[in-house]
Design a protein around this ligand. Structure first.
Ligand code: KIV
Length: 286
């Protein structure tokens, strides 16, 4: 069978024209990436949400470029044929173009990503432009931008006032002009997301931004309830309850080992008599 070809940014634009939805899912390690690739996902995002769902932080702010490179490499090993976007972590693309480029280089050369994602609007247009000119595809991200959670005053829906809607549109158009190949719209009211999607020639990929975006993204651990304490989120559809399955499996394993019902004979490897004779001597007790 011919190996799957990763999606290209040219094909993504064509998908928007053809009204074919783009699918994107986060992944952070080898097995999740391999399973996501098997499902024929268009794009894998190695999101800095790994800070929350994998590393146990209460925000994405502590995630470092080393964390991102490490996880992106693992994802690439699991998904060699999928277009992979890696997040630029908090404050790695705000000081200077040359500092930004160092970290972009690491995600592409060491992590083997196809593209990077940056949160923000007009204020990061210069960095987006520099990356694109250097040949690096950039995915924008506006609306609720978790790296600015303290500035935004919490994880709130965006685009609820005329000023906010106008700012989001302006940011989207600026990112498009700067060369972003697509834009994530996170927690944006669905009509504003629909309007922005119509006004752009590049695809929008929504999370909590309604059905009119050109694609959808969700967080792997949310979709599978793969977390010790799952909190319902209105914009997430859960497809499995892996958290409960893992919890019950671990409890059953503990019980089995404590009760000596695991391992059974069928799980053990048996030595030949000659070995037993050498250990116990002839006439071993049966
Ligand atoms: O880090 C992440 O997972 C993201 C998605 C929520 C879009 O940015």
């Amino acid at each position: 069978m011919k190996a799957k070809q990763p999606l290209s940014i040219v094909k993504m634009k064509q998908m928007k024209v053809n009204k074919e939805p783009i699918t994107m899912m986060t992944a952070y390690d080898y097995p999740s990436a391999a399973l996501v690739e098997e499902a024929d996902m268009d794009i894998i995002l190695v999101g800095d949400s790994l800070g929350n769902v994998v590393l146990g932080y209460d925000s994405t702010l502590p995630v470092t470029i080393d964390d991102m490179v490490y996880h992106t490499r693992a994802v690439r090993r699991g998904a060699p044929h999928t277009f992979i976007v890696a997040d630029m972590p908090f404050m790695t693309y705000h000081s200077s173009v040359s500092e930004t480029m160092k970290d972009v280089r690491r995600l592409m050369q060491e992590g083997h990503a196809n593209a990077v994602k940056m949160e923000g609007g007009s204020e990061i247009a210069l960095m987006v432009d520099a990356c694109v000119k250097a040949g690096v595809p950039v995915l924008g991200h506006i609306g609720l931008t978790p790296q600015s959670v303290h500035q935004l005053g919490g994880y709130r829906v965006q685009g609820k006032t005329p000023e906010d809607a106008a700012r989001l549109l302006d940011d989207a158009l600026t990112l498009e002009r700067a060369g972003a190949f697509a834009i994530v719209l996170e927690l944006v009211t669905d009509q504003v997301a629909a309007y922005i999607s119509e006004r752009l020639s590049i695809p929008t990929i929504g999370i909590g931004a309604g059905a009119s975006c050109d694609g959808q993204v969700l967080v792997f651990h949310d979709v599978l309830k793969y977390t010790p304490a799952y909190r319902e989120k209105r914009f997430v559809k859960t497809y499995a309850d892996i958290g409960s399955t893992i919890r019950e499996s671990m409890q059953n394993y503990v019980k089995d080992v404590k009760q000596r019902s695991f391992p059974a004979q069928s799980h053990a490897f048996h030595a030949d008599d000659v070995v037993l004779d050498s250990l116990y001597g002839h006439g071993k007790v049966e």
